[in-house]
Every structure is written in C-alpha cells, then in structure tokens.
Ligand binder design. Structure first.
Ligand code: NAD
Length: 381
C-alpha cells in the first residue's frame, strides 16, 4: 500500500467520560498518519451513537456492539485498517479475538488480558492470524526513556548491577470505587479488572519499563501485595525484590494509596561505571551520574542524544513534549508497521514498540507476583 491516505482506525471503548480513549484518539491522529472513522465506544448502544456524533464520524459507523463493527467493517471496501482497544481489562481478549478473526490488526491498551491463560490464548490467535498486534505501554514512547534504553544497550553504564522502578499514585487512598468514580469502580472489581489490582493497573507499566530500558529480564520475584483500604477486593499496594538475567537485582514497587502522589513513575538503573534516573513527571530530562565524573542532565530533543531517542521528538529542545506525544510515538511506529505489513512484511513491529511478547510477559508478571505473595517466597518466572 502506498502512503496515499490516512490509516482508518476503529475504537472499542473510549466513550463519554472515559479516561484513556481520548488519549488514544489524540495520539493516533497527532502525526497525521491515522484517523478515527468507526467505533463501538460504549457497551450502551445509545452512548456509542452519541459518542460517534461528538467525534464527527459517519453515524452509521458508530456501532452498538464491537462484534457488529468487526463484521461490518471487514466487509467494507473502505473498512478500518486496525482496531484500538480502550475498554476495561476483561473485554480486551474478546475484542482482540473478534478483530483478529475478522482479519483486523489490533492496538490494545494494557494489561493485554485479564489473566495469564487469556494472554496465551491471545498469543496463539495473534500468531495464527499473522496480524500486527501492538500494546500501548505508554512510557516506552518517551524520548528520554529511549535514551536510557540506548545507554543500557550500548554498555555506557558498564554491567548493570542494580535496578529500581516505582510507580506511585494516591488517587485510591480512599474507597473512591464506592462513590460512583467510574474508573475506580471497574478497577476494584476482579470480574472486570482481573486478579491483579495495583499490580495489573500500574505495576505492569513499571515491570515493562524495567525490562524495556535495562534490556534484561526478570528471572524471579519476591513480592508482597497489600490491600490497604478496608473493603477493597484487590491489592492497592505492592513491593517486590527482583533478580535479573545477568545477576543484577533490585526493587519494583507500585501503589495506588501513596497519598499525595499523582503519577510518579521513577526509574533508576545502576551499572558499574554510572547510573541513570528518569521521572515521568519531569520527562524531558534524564539524569546521568558517573563514578568518575560530574553529574549530567540530558535534555530532550538535543543533538547529543542517541539516534533512537532523537528521532522520536517533534519540536526543538526546550519545547516540552509529554504524555500525549509519548503515546503518539507508539502510534507512529504502529502506523509504519501497518504500512510495512500491508506491503508484505511478515514481522513489521520494530523492537521499540511493545507487542505480543510484552503482552504475555506482562500477564506472566501479574500471575507470578500473585503466586509469590500467596507463597510468601521467591518464585521463578
Ligand atoms: P474508563 O472506564 O475511563 O473507560 C472505559 C470505556 O470502555 C468506557 O467508555 C466504557 O463505556 C467502555 N466499554 C466498556 N465495556 C465496553 C464494551 N463491551 N464495548 C464497548 N465499550 C465498552 O477506563 P480507562 O481508565 O480509560 O481504562 C481503559 C483501559 O485503558 C484499561 O485497560 C486500562 O488499564 C487502560 N489504561 C491505560 C493507560 C496507559 O497509560 N496506557 C492509562 C489508563 C488506562
């Protein structure tokens, strides 16, 4: 396929009042490679239709049900090129399977599924279909995360010895799920969320970031899960020790009850000769500390960054890019992968874009973490 038109996007979820659906729409459309043309935006037919009107799409393409969307769109000459999944977790697998069965590539939000077994089912379906599957681990789209990853990959820090990743939020410090808070309600319900509460919602980002940047894999974990808020049915706080493939070790932690914290994602990696630190709330800077030299602050979009980092920025140094732009980096890579796939490439996703391997890995992490907590001991991956 020549690049003569925008790729057509269909969305499941992201209806009125949703959090991440609008972020997907902005991110997908930011670089001018994609456009929203269809959706099943809500489990309510009326709300889906209303959302479609708001998004200025053809009213006939605002569907009452995602299955109807897959069937109808796959039979249209101008049907959607891919589906975005932005629903609560329990719908990720059924929607992805319906898309793959209809021959439609998938860009899904995380966690990939509600359970590890579901992730294996998904991986088999992705492999059988041969269709591109992307996973929006947002933090992988930040340029300074790419710089950190590049430094680890090229051995700039020497052998990595210690890792520490935290993801702290405070918005569930009270029982907000009982007050009509839409996002909290399904996240606190095991049937819609899956069995990993905090670990599934944000711990999975921390886990992905750790492996993505370090280039190492977690080989075993010793985790403690807690439910701090009385009456809550899932974990809301998590601490773990991890061991990595090269013998490095470290900590992984996440919390939804860290009072006062907003979205504090913090990554630190220590090698033999130096270390790096990145914070999502200060995303345009990477701190680098050396054993034998002064501390450095690397700035976004500057010419001295590695090519893999420089290439993601859209504006010159000093013009901050943030959450939407990072999300859009993943979409830009997915758009390029889709075009490559349409032109015959069998495995078009670049290694920088999380896909089905990261999807299964993330669900394995949730399952292993729950098992470690249950046994109160180390468990292997
Ligand atoms: P939300 O409750 O704000 O939105 C969910 C939307 O899905 C709603 O519009 C709801 O009506 C719709 N929906 C539910 N069932 C549906 C169905 N059967 N068919 C069609 N639409 C349906 O939730 P959210 O906070 O936006 O989270 C959605 C997903 O995104 C979750 O999986 C979450 O883990 C993930 N998420 C990812 C990030 C990230 O940084 N990548 C951030 C937030 C949320």
């Amino acid at each position: 396929m020549a690049e003569f038109r925008k790729l057509r996007m269909g969305m499941v979820g992201g209806g009125p009042g949703a959090f991440i659906g609008p972020v997907h729409r902005m991110a997908a459309e930011l670089d001018g490679k994609m456009e929203l043309v269809a959706g099943a935006f809500s489990q309510s037919a009326e709300r889906s239709k209303a959302a479609g009107i708001g998004f200025k799409i053809d009213p006939a393409r605002a569907y009452a049900d995602y299955r109807e969307m897959m069937t109808t769109e796959s039979n249209r000459a101008d049907g959607i090129d891919f589906v975005v999944i932005a629903t609560p977790n329990h719908m990720h697998l059924p929607v992805a399977l319906a898309a793959l069965e209809a021959g439609i590539p998938v860009m899904s939000d995380k966690p990939a599924t509600a359970t590890f077994d579901e992730a294996l089912t998904l991986a088999a379906a992705v492999e059988e279909s041969g269709l591109p599957y992307g996973l929006t681990h947002t933090y992988a789209g930040y340029g300074m995360v790419r710089e950190a990853r590049g430094m680890c990959a090229t051995g700039k820090l020497g052998t990595i010895r210690k890792v520490a990743v935290e993801y702290m939020q405070g918005w569930m410090t009270q029982a907000v799920e009982t007050t009509g808070h839409k996002q909290a309600a399904w996240r606190a319900d095991p049937a819609q969320n899956g069995l990993g509460g905090c670990i599934g919602d944000i711990g999975t980002h921390a886990f992905h970031l750790l492996e993505y940047v370090s280039g190492l894999q977690v080989t075993s974990i010793n985790a403690t899960l807690r439910t701090v808020v009385a009456g809550r049915r899932l974990d809301d706080d998590f601490n773990a020790f991890v061991r990595m493939t090269n013998g490095a070790a470290g900590t992984l932690a996440a919390s939804q009850v860290a009072a006062g914290e907003l979205n504090e994602v913090r990554l630190r990696i220590y090698g033999e000769t130096g270390s790096i630190e990145w914070r999502q709330q200060d995303p345009n800077r990477l701190i680098v500390k050396w054993v034998d030299g002064p501390e450095e602050v690397r700035h976004a979009a500057t010419g001295y960054l590695c090519e893999g980092a420089r290439s993601v920025f859209r504006v010159p140094p000093g013009h901050p890019e943030g959450y939407i732009e990072a999300f859009a980096v993943l979409y830009r890579e997915f758009a390029e992968a889709l075009i490559a796939w349409k032109n015959g490439s069998a495995n078009p996703l670049p290694p920088t874009l999380p896909g089905i391997v990261a999807a299964v890995r993330g669900m394995r992490y949730i399952e292993r973490t729950i098992e470690s907590n249950r046994r109160e001991s180390w468990v292997d991956f």
